[in-house]
Design a protein around this ligand. Structure first.
Ligand SMILES: C[S@@+](CC[C@H](N)C(=O)[O-])C[C@H]1O[C@@H](n2cnc3c(N)ncnc32)[C@H](O)[C@@H]1O
Length: 340
């Protein structure tokens, strides 16, 4: 028979043939798992009720689930991991994207005790580390701890004195005195071996590059976001936006790097005159951070980065100086159920 490993209501069930029973037993003992073994006709049923930290991963690697319920087992295992940390926020973020059926099925696989822990955690007030701050990022960032952020994803003013057709403008778009100190702060609060992604205005690339390099960042990639329409037309029809991928230290290369040319979807700029599409931001966040990690956007505008961070199960700190855009961002986040 094939070896099977699956989540059951009391823990995990492992079915193995008689031949490999004794070596499996030794392996589980070495992993310090708690289990009971039952002899069945031609095979053993091992009910594993206690798995120390880290051993679940090794179990899943050794006995990959081999039936159609693989994604359910994976979901239950991740839920149990979050439960072990007693972290309601992790549980919320983990399950935020799950279809209702998966939520219900995984609930049935939890033991009564685990279900009770979930009920208990959900009743406690949620300490929300997600923050939308109204203020000048040059004053806010110095209040953040050094090396406390896992990814900076930001869309600063492009230094082009922009005014949209309907008359909306952007604070600090006509002045670059903030540029160097802002990136110095971003570098300080970012953890070592991590990424900073910054949009920029192509005709001011020299000033941005100087600020990035002097702050300590090293460019390792460059993104072009291709628009199906022209946002302006002068010597060329402007059909793209750009961002640099910068690093602090030497982060590991992703096993599957994402494309550096990505399609742009028009947002309508209804919330902000230079509103970025959330889809693009989620792709960047997923490529350069892990679930549960902290994403910082010091130039938040309408909070598109914060929305993308929430959508991908990351935490966020977003700072916006303009009182009107801050109010729009606040309203937008509150629609996600986020206190802002
Ligand atoms: C290019 S926009 C960001 C738009 C945003 N990506 C979006 O999708 O809505 C830059 C934002 O930075 C804000 N800003 C400019 N200087 C700032 C500062 N010193 N601190 C915080 N925000 C600032 C501007 O008000 C503007 O909303």
């Amino acid at each position: 028979m094939l070896t099977t490993f699956q989540a059951v209501s009391k823990g995990y069930e492992l079915l193995v043939s008689d031949k490999v029973a004794s070596q499996t037993q030794t392996w589980l003992e070495v992993q310090q798992c708690t289990f009971d073994m039952e002899t069945k006709q031609g095979y053993r049923r091992i009910l594993i009720t206690g798995i120390p930290n880290g051993a679940l991963y090794r179990l899943q690697q050794k006995f990959p689930a081999n039936d159609n319920n693989k994604s359910l087992y994976k979901a239950v295992a991740r839920l149990r991991d979050a439960l072990e940390r007693r972290c309601w926020k992790d549980i919320l973020q983990l399950t935020a994207q799950w279809p209702e059926a998966l939520k219900k099925d995984s609930w049935c696989y939890l033991s009564i005790k685990e279900q009770q822990v979930i009920c208990q955690l959900s009743a406690e007030p949620l300490e929300n580390e997600n923050q939308l701050i109204h203020g000048d990022c040059l004053q806010v960032m110095p209040t953040l701890d050094s090396s406390s952020v896992d990814l900076v994803l930001t869309d600063p003013p492009y230094l082009v004195n922009y005014t949209s057709r309907d008359g909306r403008s952007i604070i600090n778009d006509d002045d670059d005195t903030w540029l160097m100190p802002a990136f110095q702060q971003m570098h300080r609060v970012l953890k070592n071996n991590s990424f900073c992604i910054s949009f920029y205005g192509w005709n001011k690339v020299d000033r941005f590059m100087e600020a990035w390099k002097r702050a300590g960042f090293r460019p390792v990639g460059h993104f072009t976001f291709v628009k199906s329409y022209a946002s302006s037309s002068r010597f060329t029809r402007s059909c793209h936006e750009n961002a640099y991928l910068l690093v602090k230290g030497r982060p590991e290369k992703p096993t599957k790097p994402i494309r550096d040319a990505l399609p742009w979807k028009y947002t309508g700029n209804t919330l902000h005159p230079t509103q970025k599409p959330v889809k693009i931001l989620t792709q960047l966040i997923e490529a350069y951070s892990q679930p549960g990690e902290m994403v910082l956007d010091p130039f938040a505008g309408s909070a598109s980065t914060a929305v993308a961070a929430w959508d991908t199960g990351r935490r966020y700190i977003a700072v916006e100086k303009d009182v009107n855009y801050h109010a729009i961002a606040q309203e937008r986040l509150s629609r996600l159920g986020q206190p802002a």
